[in-house]
Design a protein around this ligand. Structure first.
Ligand SMILES: Cc1cc2nc3c(=O)[nH]c(=O)nc-3n(C[C@H](O)[C@H](O)[C@H](O)COP(=O)(O)OP(=O)(O)OC[C@H]3O[C@@H](n4cnc5c(N)ncnc54)[C@H](O)[C@@H]3O)c2cc1C
Length: 420
């Protein structure tokens, strides 16, 4: 029950803590279903930025993510704000010299995905939420800036959420979409499997001499992978994962020194590097929540799993979590069951935890296999890449994987599914 000095905001079907890209996507899908929702986030989205400036944080979005964003009505606004398609992908090994090339045309697809600024994705989703809240303010509450201070979740009762600013609400289902350092996960007492990669990802926007050919480039160096992702203005967004000592050294260099190192690391595949923007670095670790659900509570996105960015999958997995949780919610409503029932929420957990664990494991394996100079292993990966390049039938499988088109996609991520 609310305490005397609290402002009680009422009871909602779903309270989402964290309105980042994943939480906001879930909010949009719930809003379209007529559910009563509250979204709580410490930071409102960035609304304006200087013309022509590209943010340091970008994501490679799969086709499955694109479909979800189209169904939520956010995609057209994202296109207006700027999305960069990539039609080909080239991956090569710095030690073994083996190379593999993927072309969307081989599968009759227009592209393999899009590179989009994170702030563009988040803003497009928030604008949808704001429109829904303006149309029905009783039903959709956007609480930002706001943060939870106390969460109470039990079998018997609905979730109780107290905010730091003395407001409170109750919810049939509380969703933690509050990122890697999730407050919700901690409050629920859900443990975390973690492994420190002892690497940092350095990001920057780079001007190269030659056109990037709408291609995503990735070179595996023994110290970590380096990706060049194509931007619409002809520049590339780089993600350079490097062992901690190497990353510190790279960050300490002036621009000319950094460019010289980058040209060597990238093999000058796009000619000389003409300039670099500011750099930022993110420490890399793998983390996986031991459980995704409790009675009346669920974790999605980075709150549930944190993955190495080498294959650009973290956000794509988060969007699939959203689609799978929506499948579970739709099922509950069709059956007249409570949204917070553990049996319902376990459907979501079963759909996602194993798949996410497999992807986390695959990224570990890639990192270990490609971060190794052992001649036997170099030989094996050279053979493996050559086989993948030349044997019929293998590349289409990889391309489908890159597009995020696995066999068991949840409804919102499938081709031709319903809107919303
Ligand atoms: C260098 C790098 C490159 C990457 N590239 C890709 C890529 O190409 N493709 C891809 O799919 N993924 C990529 N990722 C992963 C991707 O960025 C994450 O998976 C994604 O940001 C997760 O989104 P989220 O909404 O779950 O969490 P977040 O983006 O962390 O959002 C969490 C939200 O919760 C809010 N919040 C947190 N705590 C609280 C609190 N206590 N109270 C209120 N609000 C709170 C925050 O303000 C934020 O809005 C990359 C990651 C890195 C580091």
């Amino acid at each position: 029950m609310p305490e005397a000095d609290e402002q009680y905001l009422g009871q909602v079907d779903i309270a989402i803590v964290g309105g980042g890209m994943v939480g906001a996507a879930l909010g949009c899908a719930c809003a379209e279903r007529g559910l009563r929702i509250a979204i709580i986030d410490g930071q409102p989205p960035q609304r304006v930025w200087p013309a022509g400036q590209v943010d340091l944080r970008v994501s490679a979005l799969s086709r499955a993510s694109q479909r979800l964003l189209e169904r939520l009505g956010a995609w057209p606004r994202m296109v207006e704000l700027g999305v960069s398609p990539y039609r080909e992908m080239r991956v090569w090994d710095a030690v073994g010299r083996a190379e593999i090339h993927f072309d969307s045309a081989d599968l009759g697809e227009p592209d393999l995905g899009h590179i989009v600024e994170n702030r563009v994705i988040r803003l497009a989703l928030w604008e949808r939420l704001e429109a829904a809240a303006a149309a029905d303010p009783e039903r959709i509450q956007l609480l930002s800036p706001a943060a939870p201070s106390v969460l109470e979740v039990s079998d018997e009762q609905q979730a109780q959420v107290r905010l730091a600013d003395q407001r409170s609400l109750s919810a049939e289902l509380l969703v933690g979409a509050d990122g890697r350092a999730s407050f919700v996960r901690e409050a629920l007492g859900i443990g975390l499997e973690t492994a420190d990669y002892a690497q940092c990802a350095i990001v920057a926007n780079i001007e190269v001499a030659h056109w990037h050919r709408e291609t995503a480039w990735q070179r595996f160096l023994p110290t970590g992978p380096l990706a060049f992702l194509p931007l619409t203005d002809g520049r590339c967004s780089i993600v350079w994962s490097a062992d901690e000592a190497r990353a510190e050294q790279l960050l300490a260099l002036d621009d000319a020194g950094f460019i010289a190192e980058l040209e060597v690391a990238f093999d000058q595949r796009l000619g000389p590097i003409l300039s670099t923007g500011p750099r930022a670095a993110f420490p890399l670790s793998r983390q996986h929540a031991r459980d995704y659900v409790r009675p009346h509570a669920a974790l999605i996105g980075d709150a549930a799993h944190g993955i190495h960015p080498l294959a650009g999958q973290g956000l794509n997995l988060g969007f699939l979590d959203v689609a799978a949780l929506i499948d579970a919610i739709d099922h509950a409503r069709a059956q007249g069951r409570a949204l917070g029932s553990l049996r319902i929420l376990r459907r979501y957990e079963r759909a996602r935890r194993g798949e996410n664990a497999a992807m986390l494991g695959a990224m570990d394996l890639f990192k270990r296999v490609f971060g190794n100079r052992n001649p036997a292993l170099v030989g094996v990966r050279t053979l493996g890449l050559a086989a993948a390049e030349h044997l019929p039938g293998i590349k289409p499988l990889f391309i489908r994987q890159a597009l995020g088109l696995s066999a068991n996609l949840p409804t919102l991520a499938r081709a031709g599914g319903p809107r919303g």
